[in-house]
Design a protein around this ligand. Structure first.
Ligand SMILES: Nc1ncnc2c1ncn2[C@@H]1O[C@H](COP(=O)(O)OP(=O)(O)OP(=O)(O)O)[C@@H](O)[C@H]1O
Ligand SMILES: [Mg+2]
Length: 264
């Protein structure tokens, strides 16, 4: 379903974020992409649908080479690929239901918003079904900015369901949530993927979540695949090695950011 060959991304400032990744993911497979902060997970995931343009290598999704698609081809591909981000991107000032209805439509934000108001009953009913499936139907009429983080991410999952994707790319979907809300969202995501037979790539930096949810784990370090195997077959030392590099640098960076936020 997804093939990545010798993928490389070097940012304009010279940072080599993805350094020659090969990956083959079968239809219906769930893969956890695990690695420390800065290991290249988000870059790799975004390169798959060219939200970031890779600098070398190629990606094939469902047989088509993503790098050669024109704008229309890329739009069609992105309709088949649902994305979930860490920073939950709902439209704040419209209702939960309108946010979900948007999942039904194309890419242009304005067109989608406009459609939210004029959606057919059939579309609205389907949106309600999607909300029910992730247990937030009771909030359908509420403005999206009046929900908790966990509820918002569940609405994002409902919007994803509305899109009826074949593939889901989730980038740290629960990193902004507390552990309990995070587990709820992860449970729902995994259930959806299982029930609907979707192909999933989910990045995580938390080892415990990866161990709990992962079947196949692909471990990244410094933009390279350091391990790739079934969760049960990977020992603790191998997986811990993913975090033994460059940690100090990243911790320091996090401290600076945290201190900046406190000061602000
Ligand atoms: N726009 C950019 N320009 C330059 N370097 C970047 C850019 N975005 C990311 N990087 C760098 O590329 C490397 C990989 O970043 P990336 O965000 O892909 O890692 P990650 O594994 O997703 O990290 P995290 O767990 O913090 O989300 C890091 O060294 C990061 O600093
Ligand atoms: Mg990331």
């Amino acid at each position: 379903m997804i093939t990545v060959e010798q993928l490389e991304k070097r940012y304009p400032d010279g940072t080599l974020a993805v350094a020659g990744v090969d990956l083959h993911i079968q239809q219906g497979e769930s893969v956890v992409l695990l690695g420390a902060n800065g290991s290249g997970k988000s870059t790799l995931l975004r390169c798959m649908t060219r939200l970031i343009e890779p600098t070398a290598g190629r990606v094939l999704i469902g047989g088509s080479e993503v790098g050669t698609l024109d704008e229309e081809g890329l739009r069609a591909l992105r309709r088949r690929v649902g994305v979930v981000f860490q920073h939950i991107n709902l439209v704040d000032h419209i209702s939960v239901l309108s946010n979900v209805v948007q999942g039904n439509l194309g890419e242009d934000g304005r067109a989608r918003q406009w459609f939210g108001w004029s959606a057919t009953n059939e579309v609205r009913e389907r949106a309600m079904d999607c909300l029910e499936r992730v247990r937030v139907a009771e909030f359908a009429g509420r403005r999206a900015d009046q929900l908790s983080g966990g509820q918002r991410q569940r609405v994002a999952l409902a919007r994803l369901l509305m899109q009826r994707p074949e593939i889901v790319l989730a980038d740290e979907p629960v990193a902004a949530l507390d552990p309990r809300a995070g587990r709820e969202v992860m449970d729902l995501l995994w259930r959806i993927v299982d029930e609907d037979g979707l192909t999933l790539v989910c990045t995580l930096h938390q080892l415990d979540l990866a161990r709990h949810y992962g079947r196949r784990i692909v471990g990244l370090r410094d933009g390279r695949v350091m391990l790739d195997g079934q969760n049960a077959a990977i020992d603790d030392a191998t997986i811990a090695a993913l975090y033994q590099h460059d940690d100090q640098h990243d911790d320091q960076h996090d401290d600076v950011v945290a201190a900046g936020e406190v000061g602000a």
